[in-house]
Every structure is written in structure tokens, then in C-alpha cells.
Design a protein around this ligand. Structure first.
Ligand code: HEM
Length: 485
């Protein structure tokens, strides 16, 4: 008797699990695109994310199934898109059907501008946008000098010992110092303090978005693929919690000191005093908006500069043009105004970000049924925006594998199809820090290239990591640095 009851219970539980995992299968049928069929309860795969190069997978699948195809990540229906016209429709024209990203944090205090949704997102975006106007950017970027000095002083010392260096950790240290100074008014000097806990937490937070073994692959699959269960799991990771705590401490210290620095923290304190009164944004949530600088602006910027260093070392013709432009700069100091004089540098940065985008795959959540040119996307479906695939499609970028910065010069900008360049996203949810990041990278690259010539060695390569769900992260950028006098 008991045996039958227990067996019945186990079978019912198993059936419930199977129903839960497969309940969305079929949702993508007859929607106007091919679908990669799910296997049993596991979705369309791949399950072993830690051994999968997502950029390669997206490219192969787009080749096989076309610019729009469906797939199930465990139980979640996803539609993957690499057609600029459809992406324009989704991210701009029909934004109200796709207003948010796929993932979020359950605990409101961690919800930053990137992960917030609905009224919360609108309120945050409205209040944070004024921080990124020209005048405010100018003031913030004037604080960057110490980060540039930290970088050049360190490199001058290191290069005497060994001129062959891995640029990746150095650019991470620069970006971190730059965020410290411009956003938080502190000089972290991560070159000399590699163990700085904020630096470590930021690197950890990014590592946590990548599957490196079977366990982390399972966790990532669950996050992307268990619709309906996410509210019962805490998606915050130790790195994210640590960054929030640092951000909160910096805010509290500044508030009690009563001083003003002209940086991002001043603005957040103003927001704390005003915006939270309406009851949409909480006081704790203000610290998350400091955290977003670390989460959204750290690895992306370091990554993009590393990609450019790599590409310059492999493309001497473009590098000569760039070096001549930097050497012809009218002033020795790099600031908001002088940096505007470097159009070829800006084109090189954008071309590096096209070839090796920091965000190789982006996403949206469909919150209202949608139809466009025979393609239907139902409420509750996620959309994968295949940035890397579009950036490498010869239809939009002739000779896509070649590094050709001219594509981005003003006189050629008319040749770029809208939404075929997605390094900073598009529409109302596009990157709020784009102009800040471009200026920061221009200043840093100009200073670096003015002081050193970068040469490829036989160790120089660009090898993407497996298991990275949205970044085209890579192992290292090993280059020889020759001082220029
Ligand atoms: C090279 C550096 C950077 C790259 C490649 C980059 C890329 C991106 C991309 C692809 C998105 C998603 C856009 C979309 O979904 O349409 C995004 C969003 C965002 N980025 Fe950046 N980003 C960079 C630097 C920064 C910096 C320095 C900040 C500093 C605050 C920042 C803050 C944000 C925020 C807050 C969002 C979410 C915006 C929203 O949802 O309203 N990013 N970024």
C-alpha cells in the first residue's frame, strides 16, 4: 500500500517536471521561421555551454537556418535574429512589444538600469540620462588624467624588464582606474594594486557570466531556459553583491563627508534625495546604479581596447595612418576637445568593435504578441540579437573579415545600413554610456600609442573563450611594446 502511494507520488512528480519543462514546446511552430527541434526535456541544445563557442555556434546556425530561426533553451522559446530590418523593428519601432532584457535580479536593490523593467527602468533612464550629456561628460573625463599616468608609468617600468606584455590585464586595470576616478572620485591605481578588492570583484562578476565547467553551464542554462522559475532563484552572484556593497559604501562615505566632486556619485546622491520620494526607485537601488558602471562599463571597454591593440598589430597600413594622426595632434594633453580631432582613431575603435564586439549576442523579452512581414513572436518568447553574425555578414560589410576603419569615416557613414552595427545596441535601451566609452577609449588609446609602438609576436592571437553567453571574451593579447621617444 505505502509502496504504491510513494511510487504514485514519484511518478506524478516526474510527470509534473516533464510537463513543466516541455510546456512551451510547439510555441514557435508556424511562426514564419525554421525551428531547431527540442530533444526530450533538454531543449534544442547545446547543453554543454562550457565547451561551446557561442559566436561560432551562432554563425553556423545562421548559415544553416537563415537570418531568423527558433530554438528552445531548456523550456524557454527563443527566436534568434540577424536581420537588421527586423532588429530595427524590434528594438526601435515596436519597442513597446520588446521593452526589456531577458534577465533581471529578484531583489530590487540590485536592479540597475540594465536589468530594470517597466516603470522602474523609465524612471532610472530619465534620471540617469542627464549624466551623459556633453557638459557632464567633459567634466567627468577631465578626471581621467591620473588613470592615464598610472598606465604610462607602469608600462615604462615594466617594458624595461620585459617588452612583451599581455595587454588584457593592463587595459582592465586602466578601465578600472578610469571608472574609479570619473564615476566615484577615487584613485584605485589597479596597476600597482592588482589585489584591490573592487578590481577583483569586478573581474569575478564578469567571470560569473561565463560557463567554465559542467556545473556553471547548468546554472547558465537554467537562467536562460527555465521561464517561470526565475522568481524563485536568486540570480545575484558573489561578484555582483560585492560590487553593490562597494558602491553603497562609496555613496555613504560621500554623503557623510558632504563634499562634491563633479562625478557620477554626486548625481546619484541627488537622485537619492529626489527620485526615491516617488516610491518607484528605492534608496538601496541607487547603489545598483553605481554598480552598473562596473558591470556594464568595465570589461566591455577593456575588451574593445584589447581588440583594437590586437588588430593594429596585425594591420600595419592602418596603424601607420593612425600613428601619423596621433603624432599630428595639436596638443600634448588629451582632453575632451583635442580628442575630437582624431576621426581616424574613432573609426579604428568602431571597426575593432565591429570585428570583435564586446557584446556578441544581446537579447530582448517579448511582452506582447508581435507580427512583422509574416514573422510572429508570441508574448513570453525571448529574442537573441546576433550582433557578431550581422557584423560579419558580407551583405552589410563587404570583405567583413578585413580591418577597414575607413568604413566608419564621416564620408562613408551613408553606406552603413541602420541596425547593422550593434556594438552599443539600438533603440531606447541602447547603451547609455556609449559616448563616455568612446571618449574614454580615444583618450587612452591616443596616450598609449603616443608613448609605445605595438608589435605582434609569435604569441599574438585572438582566441575566443568557450561558454561565454553574450561576450566575445578572449584569453589574452600578447604584444611587444616599443617605447617611442
Ligand atoms: C566599449 C564599451 C561598452 C560597450 C561595448 C557597451 C555595450 C552595451 C550594449 C550592447 C548594451 C545593450 C544595448 C541594447 O540592449 O540595445 C549596453 C547597455 C548599457 N550600457 Fe553599455 N557598453 C559600454 C560601455 C558602457 C559604459 C562605460 C557604461 C557606463 C555607465 C555603460 C552602461 C550601460 C547601461 C546602463 C546599459 C543599459 C541601458 C538600458 O537598458 O537602458 N556601458 N551597453
Amino acid at each position: 500500500m505505502w509502496f504504491t502511494v510513494i511510487l504514485g507520488g514519484i511518478v506524478s512528480l516526474l510527470l509534473l517536471v516533464v510537463w513543466f519543462l516541455t510546456r512551451n514546446y510547439g510555441k514557435l511552430n508556424n511562426c514564419g521561421f525554421p525551428v531547431i527541434p527540442p530533444f526530450l526535456i533538454f531543449g534544442s541544445g547545446p547543453f554543454n555551454l562550457h565547451k561551446t563557442n557561442l559566436v561560432k555556434l551562432d554563425s553556423e546556425r545562421a548559415q544553416k537556418y537563415g537570418k531568423v530561426f527558433g530554438s528552445y533553451i531548456i523550456s524557454s522559446p527563443w527566436v534568434f535574429v540577424s536581420d537588421p530590418d527586423i532588429i530595427k523593428q524590434i528594438t526601435i519601432k515596436d519597442f513597446d512589444h520588446f521593452p526589456a532584457h531577458q534577465g533581471t535580479f529578484n531583489d530590487q536593490k540590485y536592479r540597475d538600469l540594465f536589468s530594470a523593467d517597466g516603470a522602474e527602468w523609465k524612471e532610472l533612464r530619465k534620471n540617469m540620462s542627464p549624466v551623459f550629456t556633453s557638459g557632464k561628460l567633459k567634466a567627468m573625463l577631465s578626471l581621467i588624467d591620473d588613470a592615464l599616468d598610472n598606465m604610462v608609468n607602469y608600462l615604462n617600468k615594466e617594458v624595461k624588464k620585459n617588452p612583451v606584455v599581455d595587454m588584457r590585464p593592463l587595459l582592465q586595470a586602466f578601465t578600472m582606474d578610469s571608472i574609479g576616478l570619473t564615476a566615484f572620485g577615487v584613485n584605485l591605481n589597479c596597476f600597482e594594486n592588482q589585489d584591490n578588492p573592487i578590481f577583483k570583484a569586478a573581474k569575478d562578476a564578469f567571470g560569473e557570466f561565463r560557463a567554465t565547467d559542467f556545473y556553471s553551464a547548468m546554472m547558465l542554462n537554467m537562467e536562460l531556459g527555465m521561464v517561470g522559475l526565475e522568481k524563485y532563484f536568486d540570480a545575484t552572484t558573489p561578484g555582483v553583491r560585492a560590487l553593490w556593497t562597494y558602491s553603497q559604501k562609496i555613496l555613504t562615505d560621500r554623503e557623510s563627508s558632504g563634499s562634491k566632486n563633479g562625478d557620477f556619485i554626486d548625481r546619484l546622491l541627488e537622485m537619492k534625495a529626489t527620485v526615491t520620494k516617488q516610491g518607484i526607485i528605492t534608496e538601496d537601488q541607487i547603489a545598483a546604479q553605481g554598480m552598473v558602471f562596473f558591470l556594464a562599463g568595465f570589461e566591455t571597454t577593456a575588451h574593445s581596447m584589447g581588440a583594437l591593440c590586437y588588430l593594429l598589430s596585425k594591420n600595419p597600413e592602418a596603424y601607420d595612418i593612425l600613428e601619423a594622426e596621433i603624432d599630428g595632434l595639436s596638443s600634448d594633453t588629451f582632453d575632451h576637445d583635442t580628442i575630437g580631432e582624431l576621426p581616424y582613431l574613432e573609426a579604428c575603435i568602431k571597426e575593432a568593435m565591429r570585428l570583435i564586439p564586446a557584446v556578441g549576442r544581446n537579447d530582448r523579452k517579448c511582452t506582447k504578441d508581435w507580427e512583422y512581414n509574416g514573422i510572429k513572436i508570441k508574448k513570453g518568447t525571448f529574442v537573441g540579437l546576433m550582433n557578431y553574425v550581422i557584423h560579419h555578414n558580407p551583405e552589410y560589410w563587404p570583405e567583413p573579415e578585413l580591418f577597414k576603419p575607413e568604413r566608419f569615416l564621416k564620408e562613408n557613414s551613408g553606406n552603413i545600413k541602420p541596425c547593422s552595427y550593434l556594438s552599443f545596441g539600438s533603440g531606447p535601451r541602447a547603451c547609455i554610456g556609449e559616448r563616455f566609452a568612446i571618449m574614454e577609449m580615444k583618450i587612452a588609446m591616443a596616450k598609449l600609442l603616443q608613448n609605445f609602438h605595438l608589435e605582434a609576436t609569435d604569441q599574438t592571437k585572438m582566441k575566443f573563450n568557450d561558454g561565454d553567453v553574450f561576450q566575445c571574451s578572449y584569453e589574452d593579447v600578447i604584444l611587444k611594446l616599443v617605447p617611442r621617444n
